[in-house]
Design a protein. Sequence first.
Length: 281
Amino acid sequence: MNMKIIQSPEEMQKQARLLIRSGISIGFVPTMGFLHEGHLSLIRIAKESADVAVVSIFVNPSQFGPNEDLDAYPRDFERDEKLCRDAGADFLFYPSVSTMYLNDHSIWVSEESLTGVLCGASRPGHFRGVCTIVAKLLNIVQPDVMVLGEKDAQQLRILRRMVRDLNCPATIIAAPTIREPDGLAMSSRNKYLTPDERAEAVCLFKSIEKVKELFANGERDAEKIKTAVRSVIEKTSGRVDYAEVVDNETLRLVQTLEKPVLVALAVKFSGARLIDNTVLG
Ligand code: AMP
């Protein structure tokens, strides 16, 4: 099937209804574009899990704070289009901001329990924007399956909660983080790093490797895990935005690693804020 590019939300919804009525299942990958191998791995999973794969590219203004990088966010539609086609996408949904947010848009979706920590704490309003846009995209694309990356661990947990609490008829599949050869998690924002920062940015991965090793050797004190993360980052020009150990389900801060925990960190370089995470236990 030739990949179709659709810009209008109404047209995308109409196509989705036609597919559903024909008994064709839909796999969906929401993205903000500037695609890399991480995104493409999600598209391949969507293709394996459903009859057709729909990819959306939408740089969602409502998930960016007033001092964040909305205008500078990297965009390259022509390149993305080719990558989607090569990865086997059947539909590329590429709406404009004005069709997704009408001038008097006034309904928002807020999560109220998992958002107070990690990226939710350092980016107020971010997950309200994420939940709102993903709820809208789910209503437009009406997928059977939505594929999301483990790289955005808090986003994944919040969207699982949204799908559960709002009875969205989609199953979420979590996809593993794809990394550069040196371990840096692939991200559209890596492009902002200076060459020196790019070399240093592997510190996020190194700190994760270090805490995995500590955990394997029996360390169960969250404070010691956090200190280990910070000590790796502090050797670089990166500034720790947060380094936390939280319950893997509730995202509540923990002191002792008894149940599975999420170790998550965000590091600010001059050009980009990067995140990474691992689950221990
Ligand atoms: P974004 O375009 O950054 O909004 O990301 C779109 C989707 O791709 C999200 O579900 C991300 O978690 C996922 N993603 C981003 N980077 C990676 C990566 N390195 N490996 C796997 N999935 C990723």
